[in-house]
Structures are given as C-alpha cells and as structure tokens.
Design a protein around this ligand. Sequence first.
Ligand code: PLP
Length: 398
Amino acid sequence: MDNKLRGDFLRYLAQTSPDPIGIEVERAAGSWLYARGGRRYLDFISGIGVANLGHGHPAVLGAIKRQAERYLHVMVYGEYVLDAQVELARRLTQLLPPNVEQVYFTNSGAEAIEGALKAARKYTGRSAFAAFDGAYHGDTMAALALAGNAAFRAPFEPLPGPVRHLPYGDRAALGAIDESIAAVVIEPVQAEGGVRIPSVDFVHALRERCTQTGAVLIFDEVLTGLGRTGELFALEHFGAAPDLIVLAKALGGGMPLGAFCGSAALIGVLARDPPLGHITTFGGHPLSCAAGLAALETLAAERLPQRAAEVGDALMERLAALMHPAISAIRGIGLLIGIELQSAELTRRFVAGCVEAGVIVNWTLNCDTVVRIAPPLTITPGEIDFAIGAIESALNKL
Ligand SMILES: Cc1ncc(COP(=O)(O)O)c(C=O)c1O
C-alpha cells in the first residue's frame, strides 16, 4: 500500500475501529477487489451484502450511465414524477406480498427503519417497540435502540423507546407483545446476530401475535432481501407477510438506496396531519433507482435467488467436509452462511488468515465467534474453489 495514502487515510478520515483492513482498492470487478500493487481479493462479503450481482455488472453500469445523461438530482423527494422511482416501486410491489402497495425510498437501511417506526407509531397511536436479542437494524438513534446487543446501546442512552428486547426464535416470549406495542421489528434471518434462522412456527406465531394485538410487524430484509437467502425475499421461506418490509443494501445495485414498503393506509399516515411527516432530500435518488431497477431485473432474469440456494447448499457441504476441529458449527440459508468457531480469539485470527490468503470475510457484530460468508450471488465454481483453498489454509494456521 502507498504509505502516504495510508497515512492520510488514518489522518483525515474519521476511523470506525482501531485496526482497519486498509486494503487500497484500485478497482472492483465481478467477485474481486483489485488492490494497488496488483494483489486481488475475493469479496466473500459482497461489500457487506450490497454487491449481489458482483461488482460493476454491465446492466447496472449501463442504467446509471443512461440516467446520468438525463438528470441526477432534480428536486426534493416526493414532488416530481421520476420514472426510475416509479418503475422500481411498481416492480417491488409486484414482487412483494399483495398487502404491499407502496414504497417509500430512503438513502439507507437505518433511515428506512426510522421511517417504518414513525409510520407504525402514527398509525397505531402507540409508542413502544419490540425487537430481538442479537438484532442489528442500523446505527441511527431509534435503529440503535432496537439493537440486540446492550454493549452497543449503552454509550448512547437514553435512546428512543421504550423497547422490549425479546429472545429471538422463542415462541414462549411472544406474550410480551401486547396492546402497548406500536411495532415489532425482526430480521427474518439474523446476520449480525451470528447467522440465526428462526423456525417457520416461530415466525407464524409472531405474525399471529401481532395481528391479535394490533402491533405493526416490520421485517428488516436489509441484508436478506434481493436473493441473498435463496428466495427473492426471506419472508418467502416462512410464508408470512409482514405489515412493513424494509430493504436497502443490494436494493440500489451498488448505489445507496433503502426503502420501506407496505399498505397505502399504513405508509400514507406520513403524508398528512401534518403533511411532510417524513422527508429526505436524496431518498430515492434517480441514479440509485435506475441502478436498482436494472439490478432487480437482472436478478430475476438470471434466476439468481435460485442460484444462491443451490450454490449455498454446495458451499456449506464443502465447508462441512473440511471437518476442522476449530469449527463448532456451520449454518446458513442460500448464500448467507455462518461459520462458528470455538472462541472469539480463533475467530479473529481466522478472519485475518482468510484476508491474508486473499478472501475477504468478517465476523458478525453481535456474535464474535461467527464469521459471515455472503459472496456475490454470481460467484463462479472456480472462485468457490479458490475460497475453499484459502479458508482451509487459514484454518490450518490457527
Ligand atoms: C439487517 C440490517 N438492518 C439495517 C441495517 C442498516 O443499514 P444501513 O447501514 O444502510 O443504515 C443493516 C446494515 O448492516 C442490516 O444488516
């Protein structure tokens, strides 16, 4: 790495951790990041769940170019009729359960969570929320209040609430959802919680409890949406429709874009009494929507969710076949796979070993013994072979 650039990176950019990976990215294409100096790395986390089509997909780049030549930003969100927004919203509502009629576009996942919480409060006239242990919904104040890891919440309290934190996947705990709860927020599969997959029974019981009590059920599909788990949306694994679904990450095809989607009655509360109850200058940026629409059409045309299911199963089998004693469990759904190791220290060393061997993986925020694997859904067999070799060599060095 260029020492001057690295020095300036540490000096001028606010840091988020004491030891950044620090790869100097020259360009990215397909499943690979190319670093200055010639080294390349397999992006086995898809830029944290964003690059579901890999990097630089021509359909996405073409859509961005065409949109950029017409216009970029034109005016405040929600006033003008912008065809890229309309088309993407229309496609999403066609693909989501029938109760989803409208889409509100945001800049990010956390911002979409905030909007969904506001809609739920206004719609129900209630103030409390429920969320689950291990949850991650973003880092703005209300999203953080839902976080299922007290260590991340503590330095920033008091946070918006009250929030009832319930054990993930435990049917018996659902009685705590009562008529005081405006919304229950859940990831249908937890990623940062250590790749945890609840039972179909639990999700159905949750849906039923929310219907009984009038709490708005919000599925956070920021990471699981857009094919990652082997279905276009993870909710399809459970056959349960939430009242609101939150999307982001892969939604913009590599451009920043989030959304919350639901019935017109529910989302509509933000437009009246007073109007402009939730607005954002850049949410649903035309470039992001054009890129997102191209990405969505490509996902569907290339049947990438199905591919993720098949490739994910095969990848899990190969990981299991390594039978390394440091691994205590492997679980996953589609191309969202968790490798659980015997200790946090082994996990940290394993992640560093993989990067050293040319494969980017990372541990999960709320479970320091689980490494998350989430490659582009377009990953090739040869790239999987490369990753397995690197993972095996990292395990053997532990
Ligand atoms: C499940 C989930 N929800 C919400 C978020 C927050 O999204 P953003 O980082 O775009 O604010 C994330 C980000 O990692 C996430 O994984």
